[in-house]
Design a protein around this ligand. Structure first.
Ligand code: SF4
Length: 364
């Protein structure tokens, strides 16, 4: 088996760690690029959401590097994610790419089916080794998330523009290279030291923005046109409503790891506006918006792919919540036609608005 999986930001670091720990031969698709997107757009239905198109492009590129098996998460609706993997597999087949598909369905509904699939991937490894591999992947996810939080704080305060990003990339590489928990521990300390070396003005007043929305576009800088980095360079400290380790904890470990925000918290904060699941992360988007407003954030940016049903539901609710809490919300919808200049203009205008509001508030 030469296994591949789709990109979603830094997800590859923890999935690769987990699979290699189990001795699986892994083929990482090249980082998502314009070529990946062009391939995905060419062969996907036009109405499909952006993640499907990028996933497909990733699989075609991984196939060209020798991958023969796709490992993907599954879902149970009500949005399209529930049949994503099957559609992508059928398209690949039509294109002549024969690849095995392994869909890992959510454990809360398909526990025994999931065990069979894990057994298939892990071969003769014991369940204890599987547990160790999953744990190692999770540890990497947490380490990467901490690093991302660190760079969100550092970017708007750095004294020389670009230093935080250079340090972040160096630290990320170290974490990626760690091949066992002991090495990861060492890399974690080295990564913290690297980030510490970035000279900052800690007293600089910065705006705080919560970035909320659909998980793929939140976690994947290619699909969101790197908005977190762009906001950082505009002097904004970003906080994201979902991190990979939080998703793993909620969906794989069923909330057992402590010290992480949970889906439950976000959903209960959404209650006055949205009381039920609408697919994807729609309910969490509304709840996280409420939580950021209560925490005194200056503004919110909702990001999602064009035609994403759960986020369209959330989008229709956010104006009411924005009025109740007096917090500005900008909605950015991403697809293959999203242009850099237009996005930058909107971000700059939004940041300018937040800055003026803050100045007026402080003068009162
Ligand atoms: S959550 Fe949105 S983007 Fe993701 S699969 Fe569902 S509809 Fe598509």
């Amino acid at each position: 088996m030469r296994a591949t999986f789709p990109h979603m930001g830094n997800l590859y670091i923890s999935i690769k760690a987990m699979l290699q720990y189990l001795g699986v031969d892994v083929v990482i698709p090249p980082p998502s690029s314009k070529k990946t997107l062009a391939l995905g757009v060419k062969y996907s239905p036009e109405f499909a959401c952006l993640p499907l198109k990028l996933n497909l492009g990733n699989f075609i590129e991984a196939r060209e590097l020798g991958a023969d098996t796709i490992i993907m998460a599954g879902g149970c609706g009500p949005c399209r994610f529930g049949y994503y993997a099957q559609i992508e597999h059928a398209i690949l087949k039509d294109l002549g790419y024969e690849m095995e598909l392994i869909v890992l369905e959510p454990p809360e509904r398909h526990a025994s089916e999931l065990m069979v699939k894990i057994r298939h991937i892990s071969g003769s490894r014991s369940w204890w080794q599987v547990y160790q591999a999953v744990r190692f992947g999770f540890q990497k996810a947490r380490t990467v998330d901490d690093l991302e939080m660190n760079v969100f704080y550092t970017r708007p305060r750095e004294l020389t523009q670009g230093n935080a990003d250079a340090a972040y990339q160096e630290a990320l590489k170290l974490i990626d290279l760690a091949s066992n928990p002991a090495e990861l521990k060492e890399s974690r300390s080295k990564a913290a030291m690297i980030m510490k070396r970035v000279a900052m003005d800690e007293k600089k007043p910065v705006l705080k923005v919560g970035v909320i929305g659909e998980i793929y576009t939140l976690l994947d800088p290619f699909s969101n046109q790197d908005i977190e980095r762009r906001l950082g360079s505009l002097g904004v400290e970003v906080n994201r409503s979902i991190y990979l380790s939080e998703w793993i904890n909620d969906h794989i470990f069923l909330g057992l790891a402590k010290g992480l925000r949970s889906k439950k918290e976000a959903c209960s904060a959404a209650h006055p506006y949205l009381r039920h699941f609408v697919g994807g992360h729609g309910q969490e988007t509304v709840g996280s918006a409420v939580n950021y407003a209560r925490a005194g954030y200056d503004g919110l940016i909702q990001v999602f792919p064009f035609t994403c049903m759960p986020e369209i539901v959330a989008e229709s609710i956010l104006p009411v919540m924005s009025k109740d809490y007096s917090i500005p919300v900008l909605t950015l919808i991403m697809d293959e036609h999203t242009g850099e200049a237009g996005l930058m203009t909107r971000l700059e205008a939004f940041v300018d608005l937040l800055d003026r509001r803050k100045t007026v508030k402080e003068a009162l």
